[in-house]
Design a protein around this ligand. Structure first.
Ligand code: NAD
Length: 458
């Protein structure tokens, strides 16, 4: 048995030392899940749905305690922890409402004698290796449809959100999901790596590009289904006909919400030269109004940076930009003392020679670049190896559609940003990943299609 220490990133205090998994315990749990899965899949969907309904009731009942746990281990401001939990409820409702239809057998041919049907069978045992930044969202996007469609789940939450992972697991067990069907593994990278050694039928990963590439290598030769939801460098373009103040207010929130630690945070902004200065004034005003501090305070907007090493990344990106000619308007520094803190930071006069416009920041820093035309904006938006989300602010829907249809991204936004809907597929292109969650396709993702050829005897 190993030990996993959980620290509060806002104070550096040790919250708890948890007994962790090791290679042997992971292997034993994977074997039990394999043995138990067929009986789970054989239960009527109604029974699995009843478990998820009870899970939902548990989330509602325990919401405040769950929010406090998440805030303590991740540094997420308490209001945003509550928002995440409240935002989870419509996702659960979506999965409850849509699973039956999404996996119903589909008759695609019938001439009276011969019928052809597409069936959807569970993959079997799926591994879910997850991130810490929205642990309820990214965990449940996989766990709930996987369980509803009859899979067993070996879930390795991030070492920075393990208490939350254990709560997800506890509530599912209390709701009637067998312990060998919903398995939470405790540990860091080595436990994730041990999980990949097991005989699983699908690997669903949410995390960084670097780890995603390692995981793809580890499972590549085994021909199991692999989904990777990775990082982004999400751009937004503000056109000359947009209201600069309204766009700035919306985008300041899109860039800084969750302390900029969202996979779909706005990471770079291009503003038409005609409204650039007005936009920047409003943007800076909005950002300086964001209160940084104790994540447990109701009025805190900027919380702690969850992983201490990210402070170096942020500092490096800001220093690199300034050295190459950028102008720092606010912030730019890490705070010395207990906890991981970085000021909300705004840079202008940036360009694509700078890391801040090319590499994921994953923190409260943003570069704003002046552009002369839609064509220039499109070229810069596509000048990236990532492709998660992209947005445009304009009064003109046709203009927005024209721009967004040229941008390589899994999700596109007109006059909004940093938004995820359970009804729409969530996916990335390029280095932002492969596969998808959410929508009916994100339910079918946990099944394999089976072709049924059925001849009725004459
Ligand atoms: P990370 O890659 O550091 O860790 C993710 C998970 O992988 C953790 O559980 C970790 O323990 C595990 N892991 C690390 N090394 C491993 C290995 N060699 N083998 C197996 N498992 C291993 O990422 P993170 O810091 O937790 O998350 C932040 C990243 O996630 C950001 O890049 C963010 O953009 C991305 N993200 C993407 C989405 C999306 O939907 N596309 C959602 C949330 C976060």
């Amino acid at each position: 048995m190993s030990t996993l220490n959980i620290y509060n990133p806002a104070t550096d205090e040790l919250i708890i030392a948890l007994p962790g998994d090791d290679a042997q315990s992971v292997a034993a749990k994977a074997r039990s899940a394999r043995a138990a899965q067929p009986a789970w899949a054989a239960r009527p969907l109604e029974e699995r749905r009843a478990c998820v309904e009870m899970f939902r009731a548990g989330v509602v009942r325990d919401l405040e305690q769950l929010a406090v746990t998440m805030t303590r281990e991740t540094g997420k401001p308490i209001r945003m922890s509550r928002n995440e939990l409240n935002g989870l409820l419509p996702r659960i409702d979506f999965f409850l409402a849509e699973t039956e239809q999404a996996v119903a057998p589909e008759t695609v041919f019938d001439d009276g004698g011969m019928r052809e049907q597409i069936g959807h069978e569970p993959l079997g045992v799926v591994a879910n290796i997850s991130a810490w930044n929205y642990p309820w969202f990214v965990g449940c996007n996989v766990i709930l449809p996987a369980l509803l469609t009859g899979n067993a789940v070996l879930y390795k939450p991030s070492e920075y959100a393990t208490l939350t992972g254990l709560e997800i697991s506890r509530l599912l067990h209390e709701a009637g999901v067998p312990r060998d069907i919903m398995v939470c593994l405790v540990g860091a990278a080595e436990v994730g790596a041990a999980l990949l050694e097991q005989q699983v039928d699908g690997v669903f990963f949410t995390g960084s590009h670097a780890t995603g590439a390692r995981i793809a290598q580890a499972v590549g030769r085994r021909f199991v289904k692999l989904q990777l939801e990775l990082g982004g460098k999400d751009p937004t373009y503000v056109c000359d006909d947009a209201d600069p103040a309204a766009a700035a207010e919306s985008l300041a929130d899109g860039a800084m919400y969750n302390t900029g630690q969202s996979c779909c945070s706005v990471e770079r902004i291009y503003v038409h030269e005609k409204i650039h200065d007005d936009f920047v004034d409003s943007f800076v005003k909005a950002v300086t109004g964001f209160r940084m501090g104790d994540p447990m305070r109701e009025d805190t907007y900027i919380g702690a940076i969850t992983r201490a090493p990210q402070l170096d990344v942020l500092e490096q990106q800001v220093d690199d930009a300034i050295a190459k000619g950028a102008t720092l308007l606010v912030g730019g520094e890490r705070r010395i003392g207990a906890g991981n803190w970085f000021d909300a930071t705004v840079l202008i006069n940036v360009d694509h020679t700078m890391e801040i416009m090319r590499e994921e920041s994953f923190g409260p820093v943003i570069g704003i670049q002046r552009v002369k035309s839609d064509d220039e904006a499109v070229r810069l938006m596509n000048d990236t190896r990532y492709g998660l989300t992209a947005g445009v602010y304009t009064r003109d829907e046709q203009r927005a559609r024209r721009v967004l249809s040229q941008v390589r991204a899994g999700s596109v936004y007109w006059n909004c940003c940093d938004r995820v809907s359970p009804r729409l597929p969530w996916s990335g292109v390029g280095d932002s990943g492969v596969g998808l969650t959410l929508s009916k396709y994100g339910i079918q993702a946990f099944t394999r299609p089976k072709a049924w050829h059925l001849r009725t005897p004459a």
